[in-house]
Design a protein around this ligand. Structure first.
Ligand code: THU
Length: 135
């Protein structure tokens, strides 16, 4: 269970991360903050590229920071966009790998209002994950 204090902290960190977005093409900055298994929070922002497909979403930047810092599991993620947008399909699959089936997901708008609190089983039902390769 995430405390209200932790929810607010994750949203505040995602807002901070969003300020570092490199999104000159879409002009749609996104910020994310991940609570990792070690208790630390990792920030990420979307990073675009003149060759558009080489861009990376904020959620994956934050998750990959956590994983490349030695974590193998994430406990929660907050995402901040204008209009509190929902994560893309590719990011949902990456969340599945490291957050499990029920990863808590907080979606907040640019002012930090928590617009939707959900989990990965809602956003990615009947998902394929690491356990499915062990049959
Ligand atoms: N974007 C994210 O960072 N996360 C999402 O879940 C959806 C989209 C970014 C990608 C691109 O830089 C911009 O938002 C517009 O699609």
């Amino acid at each position: 269970m995430l405390s209200d204090e932790m929810k607010q902290k994750l949203i505040a960190e995602a807002i901070e991360a969003r300020a570092q977005s490199y999104s000159p093409y879409s002009r749609f900055p996104v910020g994310a903050a991940v609570l990792a298994e070690n208790g630390q929070i990792y920030q990420g922002a979307n990073i675009e590229n003149a060759a558009y497909p080489s861009s990376l979403c904020a959620e994956r930047v934050a998750i990959f920071k956590a994983i490349s810092s030695g974590n193998r599991h994430i406990q929660a993620i907050a995402v901040v966009t204008k209009g509190a947008g929902s994560p893309c399909g590719g990011c949902r699959q990456v969340m599945r790998e490291f957050g499990g089936k029920k990863l808590p997901i907080l979606l907040a708008d640019e002012e930090g209002n928590l617009v939707e609190e959900t989990d990965l089983s809602v956003l990615l039902p009947r998902s394929f994950g690491p356990e499915d390769l062990l049959v």
